[in-house]
Design a protein around this ligand. Structure first.
Ligand code: FAD
Ligand code: FES
Length: 505
């Protein structure tokens, strides 16, 4: 596979339907202001307008222009953090609520598709967890027992997955999972919100959020939304400087779409037990099947050559699915892993009562984002919700102390790069479309030479909390190794928690 020289695009980004709306060019008011038009923000907006609340949604980019357009959109209650681990972390009752809430989220998406007539290929199918090695049989047995204790009584052990091209060995079958075309779903959901009176503004970057009796959301053009409550659904919160970011970490994950003869692989969702694991689904397009394979995750900003990850991913797929043909699309995206395997959904810690966040998708952001819509609407409407304590962003999960320490030591280690040399010794080393970090005395400069040969110099210090960014060769971006902020080659902020871009030198 050749290295990407421009940001990757996913299969879903070319879907028909308008994802842009007017930018906010005036001050306005609403019962609730939602920042972020991905699955979390839009589901919350839809639930609130259905409850009769006035809603304004603001997004810096387009509708579903963030990770919701890069997802593989498997809707599962077979969570990425396995049930044995979730039970250890959250106890018997917590794990039952986790299974219940993700099951409810899948049903919610199905119901929304029916109610709002959204044609997004919603399909119910089985999911299969398989693995190799001596320990896999015992691992599957423990997971089966834990899934049953979590209330998923239909999960069963089978001798192999229903794919003939490789022998998976024993597996667990999770029935009633689902998949969708994510951008078709979210464009349909946005239209439904607007039909019900909600207002959506795209191309509207939010700079500041202040809660309180009259909450205020300020955009970078200075326009303001005054609201009774604010929901920050920016994937990783842009309003929480530190607390949440010590409890989660950003990972890059890679996806390849390979054409494969129609019907040659049984419809299903497939996951192996490796760490990081691989995930597989099918998508039909223009009469042919596309095998979508994802995995090879690593911490954002902490990998020298992501191109190797794409290579390994497609090799893994071709070994198991030898009928796979050309690679029609490949892309990467960002997953936010919480230290205890579940998202943070609820009141923003150490903030006013009426500021809410949803983050820490832990690889299950389509269902976490959907159950966030249900949960946050209940919180805003003053209704009790049994899932609230489990997802409370202020929770302390004692069983996750080791993971908490590990992540924060990792972040502390990244600050050491303030003292090390750069990865180039002079700007003259850079050819067009290349970039590198140059050390000059005590400072570090992020240098990028564009396709025309023009050199762009930026302060390499991340405006969030001061780590040094690293060049991502597969996306042409500057990625921060501490909490996952990402910036365009010219320094524009693409992913939070940073709110501002890299400053020009
Ligand atoms: C490759 C990949 C595969 C995945 N596969 C699955 C899967 O199979 N199943 C699953 O459940 N989950 C999966 N996930 C996770 C899931 O897709 C994401 O967690 C989910 O889409 C995130 O939704 P969101 O609404 O929280 O964030 P996003 O979709 O990222 O939306 C956040 C929005 O906030 C906007 N924003 C950010 N900052 C600002 C600002 N300052 N002002 C205004 N707007 C701002 C962004 O422009 C963006 O549109 C996957 C993720 C990736 C990357
Ligand atoms: S994202 Fe926190 S320091 Fe860069």
């Amino acid at each position: 596979m050749t290295p990407h020289t421009s940001p990757t695009t996913s299969l879903w980004m070319k879907a028909p339907g308008n994802a842009s709306r007017a930018s906010l060019d005036h001050d306005t008011t609403a019962d609730v202001c939602i920042v972020g038009a991905g699955i979390a923000g839009l589901t919350t907006a839809w639930k609130l307008v259905c409850d009769g609340r006035t809603v304004v949604v603001l997004d810096a980019g387009d509708i579903a222009g963030g990770e919701s357009s890069r997802t593989t959109a498997q809707l599962v209650n077979a969570l990425d953090t396995r049930y044995t681990e979730l039970e250890r972390l959250h106890g018997a009752s917590g794990v039952r609520l986790a299974a219940e809430s993700h099951t409810a989220a899948i049903a919610e998406i199905e119901a929304i598709c029916q109610q709002e007539q959204i044609a997004c290929d919603f399909t119910r199918l089985d999911g299969f967890l398989f693995g190799t090695g001596d320990e896999v049989s015992a691992l599957l047995n423990s997971e089966l027992a834990a899934a049953h204790r979590a209330g998923l009584l239909d999960v069963e052990r089978l001798p192999r997955v229903p794919v003939t091209s490789f022998n998976s060995g024993p597996c667990l079958r999770f029935p009633d999972q689902a998949q969708i075309h994510p951008t078709l779903y979210l464009k349909g959901l946005a239209a439904a919100i607007e039909r019900r009176g909600g207002r959506i503004f795209t191309g509207t970057h939010v700079d500041a959020i202040h809660g309180g009796a009259s909450a205020l959301v300020t955009t970078s053009t200075g326009n303001r939304v005054t609201a009774g409550a604010v929901v920050v659904a920016t994937n990783t919160p842009i309003n929480d400087v530190l607390v949440i970011h010590t409890k989660q970490a950003a990972y890059r994950t890679y996806v390849g779409g390979l054409r494969i003869p129609s019907g040659s692989v049984a419809r299903g969702l497939y996951w192996d037990t490796l760490d990081p694991f691989h995930y597989v689904r099918l998508h039909s397009e223009a009469g042919s099947d596309i095998l979508i394979v994802g995995g090879e995750d690593h911490k954002t900003g902490q990998e020298g050559n992501p191109t190797d990850r794409f290579e390994r991913l497609t090799s893994w797929a071709r070994e198991r699915f030898p009928l796979a043909q050309d690679l029609v699309q490949s892309w990467s995206g960002q997953v936010i892993q919480s230290i205890d395997g579940l998202a943070y959904i609820g009141r923003n810690p150490l903030d006013e009562e009426n500021v809410y966040i949803v983050t820490g998708d832990s690889g299950n952001g389509m269902t976490h984002g959907t159950l966030a819509g249900i949960l946050l609407t209940d919180l805003i409407q003053g209704r009790p919700n049994p899932w609230a304590p489990l997802y409370d962003p202020s929770r302390i999960t004692s069983g996750a102390a080791l993971e908490f320490a590990r992540e924060n030591v990792n972040v502390a280690t990244q600050y050491a790069t303030l003292l090390t040399g750069g990865d180039i010794s002079s700007a003259a080393e850079l050819l067009p479309n290349q970039a590198g970090i140059l050390r000059e005395g005590l400072t570090k400069t992020a240098l990028y030479r564009d396709a025309e040969g023009v050199l762009h110099a930026l302060d390499a210090t991340c405006p969030h909390l001061g780590c040094i960014v690293a060049w991502n060769i597969s996306e042409n971006t500057w990625d921060c190794p501490c909490h996952g902020s990402r910036f365009s080659p010219l320094g524009k902020v693409l992913n939070g928690p940073a709110v501002k871009g890299l400053s020009r030198r």
